[in-house]
Structures are given as structure tokens and as C-alpha cells.
Design a protein around this ligand. Structure first.
Ligand code: FPP
Length: 242
């Protein structure tokens, strides 16, 4: 980051920032490289940005790493992303040892390889006591599936007589999502020029501010993030009021 960029005061930062890490494939293709190289570079940027956010004092950072639709990609590309996830999980405890970060996974991880599931469980358990930034990593995540899962849990509780019908409200459904107990995202960032949410945090984003950029994720810098923070600070959030 240029040393001249002034930082938004910490108390004005968004509490929860969510990022769709998009553009890895295009970044690689433009350089005549295989798409996997874009993911490798994207993973490096993810490490830098997540560490920076922890130091900057964010409460929650959520990243979209793999969607329920991404299984349709070539197997080689899927394998690369899963290997990058393995590398990350192997390093996570060391990376965040002094940062007090708590890693949490959003999505159905039960279909991932057994060794990855084991590492996810160990990481979540050993970081459970940390009370610094929550780092949500969305893997095999889709917002519609997340909402359906929450509705099923509620329906089950009603059916079994544990929950009266009139106790169902928005807060209750929020508590059935992977992000239960966390503030909704204040700011959602999508690089790479695409202007859509792509089944990401659909329930939680009801009042999120959106920030788009043409920069591809592997080129995304701390300075871009700080730019997003300043733009966020200028928004007038009314939450439906006047
Ligand atoms: C979207 O770019 C990116 C993904 C589907 C994968 C994101 C993964 C990483 C950043 C690295 C992995 C990190 C972890 C921790 C698993 P795209 O491939 O859709 O890009 P394109 O739109 O240019 O094709």
C-alpha cells in the first residue's frame, strides 16, 4: 500500500466484510497460464488480506472460496483449489497463533475429502477459544441451500412440538444459518468486474453495502481494500428508514 494512503479510523470500519474472490481464472488466462496458477496467486492474496484484516481490527471477514456450483469445473482445477485449502489449513494455526483469529467454515463440508474434514474440525476446535476476528471461509457454500437447511431445522422443531409456529421470525432463521451469532455483513466486495452476488450470503446481505472493482482478485491489494473502506464510510445507511 502507498504510504500516503490515510487509514479510515478503526471505529468507522465495517464490522463484517465479505469478499467474493473472483477473477483468478481470467488473471491466469491473460498471462497464458493455466487457470490453476490464478488460484495459487489468489490463495496468496487471500493470506495477505486475511492477515491484514486481523491486524486492522475487523470483527468478521468472510471469503467465498468454493461454491456449490464450482463442482462443475474441470477436476484438475477442483483438485488445485482443494490442495490450496489443505495448505492453508496446515498453516492456519501458525499464521494466526498470535492474532487470536477464529476460523469458521460456512457450507456443507461433509462432502469434502476425509483429511480436509479432519483438518477443518481440528482448526475450528483449536481456535474456538480465540476471541479476535472471525474468519469465515465459505466452502461448498450456497446461500439458497443454507436458507433451505435453516428452514428444515425450524420445520423439524415445529413438527416435533418444540417450537410454536408463531415463534418463527427473521431472527430465528438468522440463528439457523452458518453465520449464527455474527453481525450481518456491512460491506460485500466483489472484484473482477462482475456485478452480482452469485448465491453468496443472500439472507445476511439484506442491508449490506456493495463494492465492486474491475481489479482481478490475484491483483487485489490492501490499498483496494482501504479504498472500499473509505467508499463504505461515505455511504448513508438508512436500513429502510429516512
Ligand atoms: C473465482 O475465480 C475463484 C474461485 C472459484 C476459487 C477461489 C479460491 C482461492 C482464492 C484460493 C483458494 C483458497 C482457499 C483458502 C481454498 P474464477 O476461477 O471464477 O475466475 P474467473 O471468473 O476469472 O474464471
Amino acid at each position: 500500500m502507498g504510504s500516503k494512503q490515510k487509514l479510515l479510523p478503526r471505529e468507522r470500519l465495517p464490522r463484517h466484510v465479505a469478499i467474493i474472490m473472483d477473477g483468478n481464472g481470467r488473471w491466469a488466462r491473460r498471462r497464458g497460464m493455466p487457470r490453476q496458477m490464478g488460484h495459487q496467486r489468489g490463495a496468496k492474496v487471500f493470506r495477505e488480506i486475511s492477515l491484514y484484516c486481523a491486524d486492522r481490527g475487523l470483527q468478521v471477514l468472510t471469503v467465498y472460496a468454493f461454491s456449490t456450483e464450482n463442482w462443475s469445473r474441470p477436476q484438475k482445477e477442483i483438485d488445485t483449489i482443494m490442495d490450496l485449502l489443505r495448505d492453508y489449513l496446515r498453516d492456519a494455526l501458525t499464521i494466526f497463533r498470535d492474532k487470536n483469529v477464529r476460523v469458521h467454515f460456512l457450507g456443507d463440508v461433509s462432502v469434502l475429502a476425509k483429511d480436509i474434514q479432519d483438518m477443518i474440525r481440528e482448526t475450528e476446535e483449536s481456535m474456538h477459544v480465540h476471541d479476535g476476528m472471525i474468519l469465515n471461509i465459505a466452502i461448498n457454500y450456497g446461500a439458497r441451500a443454507e436458507i433451505v437447511r435453516g428452514v428444515q431445522q425450524i420445520a423439524w422443531d415445529v413438527k416435533s412440538g418444540k417450537l410454536p409456529l408463531d415463534a418463527i421470525n427473521a431472527d430465528l432463521l438468522s440463528q439457523k444459518l452458518y453465520t449464527a451469532g455474527q453481525p450481518d455483513p456491512d460491506l460485500i466486495i466483489r472484484p473482477s468486474g462482475e456485478l452480482r452476488l452469485s448465491n453468496f450470503l443472500l439472507w445476511q446481505s439484506a442491508y449490506s453495502e456493495l463494492w465492486f472493482s474491475d481489479v482481478l482478485w490475484p491483483d487485489f491489494k490492501v490499498a483496494d481494500l482501504e479504498q472500499a473502506f473509505w467508499d463504505y464510510d461515505r455511504r448513508n445507511r438508512r436500513f429502510g428508514g429516512v
